[in-house]
Design a protein around this ligand. Structure first.
Ligand SMILES: Cc1cc2nc3c(=O)[nH]c(=O)nc-3n(C[C@H](O)[C@H](O)[C@H](O)COP(=O)(O)O)c2cc1C
Length: 188
């Protein structure tokens, strides 16, 4: 069974850049045959600010939106987070969506595609700490896109050619770890 990889659109902002970036990642990923890839848009799940009375580590979900989000995230072996940088971190919407769940993320792998004035590097550094708490293994290779050189007018996505190679390097590591961690989850 090939690993299943979610490409998560990390912004819900009207006019967001994340959708174009995530679709570009998906286009590159779709040409690979070593995993199955799916675009996942957190916007589709209409998650409010966390509204579950019980912490997610106890997995007692009371809301239909939490159950739908849980089912979707649980179905993957690995994740690509496509994240903007907001105030030197990821978006509140993505952090909130991550916080809704716990076990669904455990013992899986994640890679990052980020964008911002400094390539979104600071957002990814924050996300790596969050992932550590969720027992997610984050791969080293990442894709840093510049708002100045990979976008026109900060809004039309025109990635430099070398980034395609970087996406594939990140996916090489992600697919390998996503596949390897399956056996750990099966043993548990
Ligand atoms: C609330 C907010 C905070 C931001 N803070 C940063 C920042 O700290 N560093 C940065 O490089 N860009 C920052 N930006 C610019 C965003 O990276 C840029 O607008 C990007 O397109 C946002 O992603 P999105 O269009 O997918 O929502 C910020 C934008 C917003 C809306």
């Amino acid at each position: 069974m090939k690993p299943k990889v979610a490409i998560i659109i990390g912004s819900t902002r009207p006019g967001r850049n994340s959708e174009a970036v995530a679709k570009w990642v998906y286009g590159i990923a779709s040409r690979r045959s070593d995993a199955e890839f799916e675009l996942v848009d957190i916007k589709d799940f209409n998650l409010p600010h966390l509204d579950e009375p019980v912490p997610p580590s106890l997995r007692q979900y009371s809301q239909a939106h939490t159950q739908a989000w849980s089912q979707k995230i649980n179905s993957f072996d690995a994740y690509v987070f496509v994240t903007p940088e907001y105030n030197h971190s990821t978006s509140g919407a993505l952090k909130n969506a991550i916080d809704f769940l716990y076990h669904e993320w455990n013992n899986k792998a994640a890679g990052f595609v980020s964008y911002g004035s400094a390539g979104g590097a600071r957002a990814v550094e924050h996300l790596r700490l969050v992932m550590a708490e969720l027992q997610v293994a984050t791969v080293r290779a990442q894709v840093l896109l510049s708002l100045f050189t990979d976008f026109e007018d900060f809004s039309r996505f025109k990635p430099a050619a070398q980034h395609e190679v970087e996406v594939n390097t990140m996916l090489d590591q992600l697919v390998a770890w996503g596949g390897a961690l399956k056996s750990l989850r099966a043993a548990a």
